[in-house]
Design a protein around this ligand. Sequence first.
Ligand code: PSV
Ligand code: MN
Ligand code: MN
Length: 396
Amino acid sequence: MNTSTLFQALDQQRIETPSWGYGNSGTRFKTFTSAGAARDVYEKIEDAAEVHRLTGIAPSVALHIPWDEVADYSELRRFAEGRGVALGAINPNVFQDDAYKLGSIAHPDAGVRAQAVDHLLDCVAIMKQTGSRDLSLWFADGTNYAGQDDLRARKRRVREALAQVHDALPEGSRMLVEYKLFEPAFYATDLFDWGAAYAHCLAIGEKAQVLVDLGHHAQSVNIEQIVAFLLDEGRLGGFHFNARRYADDDLIVGTTNPFELFCIYAELVAAQRSEDDLTRSTAQNTAYMIDQSHNIEPKVEAMVQSVLNCQDAYAKSLLIDRERLAAAQQTGDVLEAHRTLTDAFRTDVRPLLADWRRARGLPEDPIATHRASGYQQGAARKRGTASAGGGFPVKS
Ligand code: PSV
Ligand code: MN
Ligand code: MN
């Protein structure tokens, strides 16, 4: 691939950042507050705009409702657009209220289920005002003990609620169904893996797609294979990028697992070029989002670094010599095929990306530019140090 084609491909990359990554959040042990951390949705949007100014490829910010609740979402949308970013996926929250102790859409009580579905439908209404395409659904639903609830009944309750929400989605919008192996439920999680999410999506309709969060699998699960499978089935809706060593660590993407991130992008690039229309359009419509929680690292810097690490992985995956790879695969040359991938992975793309940034009028070193700009110090003066609130973590 020549440099100009490579640069054009890099121009297409988009990464959405999460509003909740800009505020103070931590672990269940302690939330360390940072001077200048965003205190409300307006400040979160300002920080997301700073990340986009520095990287050029983070033009939208996902919202979490009610953490980011406002009276007028059209006004919020104008505020964001005025700062150069769009409002992205809407993430409902059906895990924080006392009512949800035994679950939300899988709760044994029909009244609680209805409360959860109402909130999800409110979020569909919000999407219309924010101009969001995606409703991003993660449920904490599950049980802690064998026998606590009827597993098949819970599955049916989940199906019924998801179908209701699906049918309320406007044309052109989607629901992204996220799964997670465990936590906060420790015996059974209702949406426990990609297969469960996929089965629900298949049953309820075309607007339902699976969301893959890199921190939500058992150790050693081959995530790129899940990605390839879902792309081929036309049901990959989006990603929550982050890094983990143990479980849902929500660390800066690409820090513990750069080869995994590269292999995931390798599958996406291959699918974008597929001759199969469904696979190609699925890859083209995949939402790339970050889902991180920054407790000890500076939040804006952590987000910039995450976006840059996604760009690094994507650039490397563009460098894969696909003809050489196909030939090696066809002839069963196992090592040559593997070396074709690792040759791309081991390429130092930093000079190339610095050139791309220079050519686009972006800072060559976004982190250094951010540090030199005084943005963080200005935010600290203006915002002070927001309390973490209540002693509880904002997210698990
Ligand atoms: C909880 O595990 C979680 O990290 C999920 O990944 C959600 O996407 C996120 O919180 C926001 O609700
Ligand atoms: Mn997630
Ligand atoms: Mn998570």
